[in-house]
Ligand binder design. Structure first.
Ligand SMILES: *Cc1c(COP(=O)(O)O)cnc(C)c1O
Length: 306
């Protein structure tokens, strides 16, 4: 149970007690594919913010944990797939801060199997797991479905942790990058991180989101989150839909080769579901000549390889 010290006793409910490493470190790496074109590559190490709530999961959960505590509840409910980083971060937050947590998991059949390592971690952190079939999962926010799975008074955090509060939490990521970046790349699942990041950037800076899911629905979703969080479209951002590799958790030989090589060059194990796809995208854009010489390219390392 690392992370629990006498300074942050379980039950404080105050995320500040977890002493996140903020602002997260920014480190330049020498990569010939960028240097050759007169570009700098910097890594924004959000993966180092907290060992149990890494990356954008910290930035998105923190305001939600505050809102939950302020509303007087110590019970959280959220949703995810069998390998959801968000479920794991929520379970860890519950253990560290004294929230009771319930995770609604997509896939009824999973209940009959041994838990995978990700769900086992959730359970070990005290999360109550409720497995539902895919049809029910699609209707997960309907009042009657919620009533069946949620403990009374539970604070509901959406799938992937993305809501207006989460997007506002990610605005700080953009602000931390003012004056140091021209272009910022980030991997996208629900788009909450991109929505906030872009809003926090300054004039002349732009963000590129790399969706890891196939579908082309994300533009509308990022806009919706920006409207809810900030009242309208904010910042200069776009999506590059070419690097999902076939869909969530799908891989291609090209992506695997890129990630293995990047790890070896830079001595940094890559989270493969999101971070590797984003870096593959940024590197491809650099090699395509998409950035003018002199550009500082920042890659947001949103999570940890496990
Ligand atoms: C959850 C997650 C994302 C996606 O963030 P969204 O805000 O849902 O777009 C990106 N990278 C990592 C490592 C994640 O765990």
């Amino acid at each position: 149970m690392d992370g629990v010290t006498s300074d942050n006793p379980p039950g404080t409910a105050d995320p500040a007690a977890l002493r996140p490493l903020l602002p997260s470190p920014l480190v330049e790496v020498a990569d010939p594919r960028f240097a050759r074109r007169g570009l700098r590559l910097l890594l924004k190490r959000d993966d180092l913010i907290h060992p149990d709530l890494p990356g954008n999961k910290w930035r998105k959960l923190e305001p939600n944990l505050r809102a939950a505590a302020a509303s007087g509840t110590r019970s959280l409910l959220t949703f995810g797939g069998a390998y959801s980083n968000h479920l794991r971060a929520t379970a860890a937050a519950g253990r560290l801060l004294g929230f009771e947590t319930t995770g609604v998991v997509r896939g009824e059949e999973l209940a009959a199997r041994p838990l995978n390592p990700s769900l086992a971690r959730c359970a070990a952190d005290g999360m109550r797991l409720r497995f539902v079939d895919r049809a029910t999962y699609r209707r997960k926010t309907d009042p009657e479905v919620l009533a069946a799975v949620a403990p009374p008074g539970a604070f509901v955090i959406p799938e992937g942790g993305s809501n207006a509060a989460a997007a506002r939490g990610c605005e700080a990521l953009g602000r931390e990058l003012r004056d140091v970046a021209d272009v910022v790349g980030v991997a996208c699942g629900t788009g909450g991180t991109l929505a906030g990041l872009a809003a926090g950037l300054g004039r002349g800076q732009r963000a590129i989101g790399f969706p890891v899911l196939k579908g082309g629905f994300l533009e509308e979703e990022v806009l919706r989150l920006q409207r809810e969080a900030f009242g309208g479209r904010r910042g200069d951002w776009m999506l590059d839909e070419r690097f999902h590799g076939g869909g969530y958790a799908k891989r291609t030989p090209g992506l695997d080769a890129f990630a293995d090589d990047f790890e070896e060059r830079h001595g940094l194990p890559l989270e493969r579901l999101y971070v590797a796809k984003m870096l593959y995208g940024l590197t491809t854009l650099a090699e395509e000549g998409a950035f003018t010489p002199g550009t500082s390219v920042v890659a947001v390392i949103t999570g940890t390889a496990r």
